[in-house]
Design a protein around this ligand. Structure first.
Ligand SMILES: Nc1ncnc2c1ncn2[C@@H]1O[C@H](COP(=O)(O)OP(=O)(O)OP(=O)(O)O)[C@@H](O)[C@H]1O
Ligand SMILES: [Mg+2]
Length: 543
């Protein structure tokens, strides 16, 4: 159990948390939700003791252990994969190291013998003998095969490092498990494995995620960060969303009598419980839902940014020609003989079983990486604007304020404070927000900055690598609408089915053995098409 008492936190002009009181109880999985910049990551840091609140405190039961998902992907480069996972249980790892050191001593004394016996005792108590097999099983569940367990972390690609760090957080059954956007960067199978793991996990889980499907699957409660408070709701994400929409509807309808409002709430809960009745904890959840009163539900203060891209010129006849591009990374073939030609008006979703293939292709097309063989040519009338998956390199000059950061990309007519501030206002950076240093921005705020940069560029081709990563639902909707309305061309990769379905008019599957390319199709038709299915199966069968 973890208890938060009277916690407040103030950053310069803004009160992020105001007197938060909340208890997180074992057996529950709390989805910590809230708009980009609401304070979710900061709250997890307060819980983990990495940030001190301005007032109040956080306490746990005696001897309880808390783990977090490390955000520093390069923090364990000199350790082996298996060791990195076991390091998730700090005390156990220390004992293992101390034991090794004692047994290695050339002049092993009686005192050493006593120490060794003590260490062995504690080691056994912590299930030390099970540590390596348990870590190995976890790694395998996440798709990291046994031959990699003794490799150094430095030898792994970033995608694999993320999985090892996830196993580290989950290792050894912590009493409190804190996960900040754990599904980012994970493939589908690993997400499914994590979902099962969390559903069966007996202790306290607090997980930040913008992935609606994931939240619905694993969470028993929502903890919503809004109005500088954190409010607990029983139920999954969809229930929270619909009840908060109902709350704003009821609030808007001032003439409705209290009894009518209560009736409406009850009808809503009955409908929702009926839908949710297939889920595991259905009955107990139903009981909890029935206790909800009008005062328990609250409309949300989430806002929609304005996302609109206007190209400064039309694309001529040629958009992009790609011929025979191949690329091998760390001995693994990522792209093999990729050939396609894109035309004006194409909005192309690139799909692949291997996400890295799309990232590498985009990097090559944006001139950030050299292909091993092959070539590509953008049409002379095109101009490209790129949203990479990892935006770290875009914010290297950390001390720039948001408005000065954006000014770097503005034309002479648009680089004055008045214009930039009103532009940023529409992207939800209002008032003093624009004077924040970019180093403190949240994940979603950074993406909003990048979208602002892309809007200012007035390019006629947008290249976006998983743009909805990090964004809250309101920003995803705004971006989705903006891309549907965009008059230029788009090349993008995404995990969001609806996003692909509503934007793309062409789908290209990138396999390690070439492409399956369909123009004038929607994503659903592409997925349903028998001949497409066969072609894709054939391409992956020969890997
Ligand atoms: N040191 C700081 N000084 C001023 N503001 C800060 C500082 N650190 C964080 N912030 C601001 O606090 C807010 C909360 O940031 P946080 O990273 O917790 O958001 P989040 O809810 O995790 O958002 P996201 O969904 O985008 O990840 C943001 O507006 C951020 O810019
Ligand atoms: Mg965050």
């Amino acid at each position: 159990m973890i208890t938060v008492t009277n916690v407040s936190l103030q950053f310069s002009d803004r009160k992020l948390f105001d007197d938060v009181n909340i208890k997180f109880i074992p057996g529950n999985c709390y989805g910590l939700i809230g708009a980009n910049g609401a304070g979710k990551s900061t709250f997890l840091k307060i819980l983990a003791g990495e940030i001190q609140p301005s007032t109040g405190n956080v306490s746990m039961g005696p001897d309880e252990r808390l783990t977090t998902l490390s955000q520093n992907h390069y923090g364990f480069e000199d350790y082996t994969v298996l060791e990195t996972v076991i390091m998730g249980h700090k005390r156990l790892y220390e004992i293992m190291k101390e034991k090794d050191a004692v047994y290695m001593k050339a002049d092993f004394t009686d005192a050493d013998g006593i120490l060794a016996a003590e260490l062995e005792g504690e080691f056994a108590e912590l299930d030390g003998w099970e540590a390596e097999p348990q870590a190995a099983v976890m790694l395998q569940g996440l798709g990291i095969s046994e031959d990699m367990h003794d490799k150094k972390m430095s030898e792994l690609t970033e995608g694999l490092k993320v999985k090892v760090l996830l196993a580290q957080a989950l290792f050894g059954k912590p009493d409190v498990l804190l996960l900040d956007e754990p599904t980012n960067g994970l493939d589908k199978q690993s997400i499914e494995w994590l979902e099962e793991f969390l559903i069966d996990f007996p202790n306290t889980v607090i997980v930040v995620s913008h992935d609606r499907h994931f939240l619905n699957k694993v969470c028993t409660h929502m903890a919503d960060v809004d109005f500088s408070k954190i409010k607990l709701y029983v139920g999954n994400y969809d229930f929270w969303l619909e009840s908060s929409q109902l709350a704003s509807k009821l609030q808007g309808n001032v003439n409705a009598k209290k009894e009518e409002q209560i009736k409406e709430l009850q009808a809503f809960i009955a409908r929702f419980s009926a839908n949710a009745s297939k889920s595991k904890q259905a009955t107990s959840r139903k009981k909890m839902l029935e206790k909800i009163t009008l005062d328990d539900i609250q409309p949300s203060s989430r806002r929609y940014p304005f996302v609109g891209f206007t190209p400064d010129r039309d694309i001529g006849n040629d958009l992009l020609r790609v011929e025979n591009i191949s690329k091998t990374i760390d001995g693994k073939k990522i792209l093999d003989n990729i050939t396609f030609t894109l035309n004006k008006d194409d909005k192309v979703a690139f799909t692949s079983k291997n996400d890295i293939a799309i990232t590498v292709l985009f990097k090559i097309l944006m001139g950030e990486m050299e292909p091993d063989t092959g070539s590509f040519k953008w049409g002379v009338t095109t101009s490209q604007s790129y949203l990479p998956k990892d935006t770290t390199d875009e914010f290297l000059n950390e001390s720039l304020t948001v408005v000065d950061w954006l000014r770097q990309f503005a034309s002479a007519e648009e680089n004055d404070n008045t214009f930039l501030r009103s532009f940023l206002g529409r992207m939800l950076f209002s008032g003093e927000d624009v004077l924040k240093e970019v180093s403190v921005l949240s994940g979603g705020e950074k993406v909003r900055c990048m979208l602002s940069k892309m809007m200012l560029s007035k390019s006629n081709v947008l290249v976006m690598d998983d743009p909805t990563n990090h964004l809250d639902l309101e920003s995803i909707t705004a971006l989705n609408d903006g891309l549907i309305a965009f008059k230029g061309s788009i090349l993008f990769g995404s995990h969001d089915h609806q996003f692909i379905q509503t934007i793309a008019n062409r789908i290209i599957e990138i396999s390690p053995n070439g492409v399956v390319d369909r123009a004038e199709t929607t994503y659903d038709d592409f997925l349903d098409n028998k001949s497409v299915k066969e072609q894709i199966a054939a391409l992956y069968a020969t890997v």
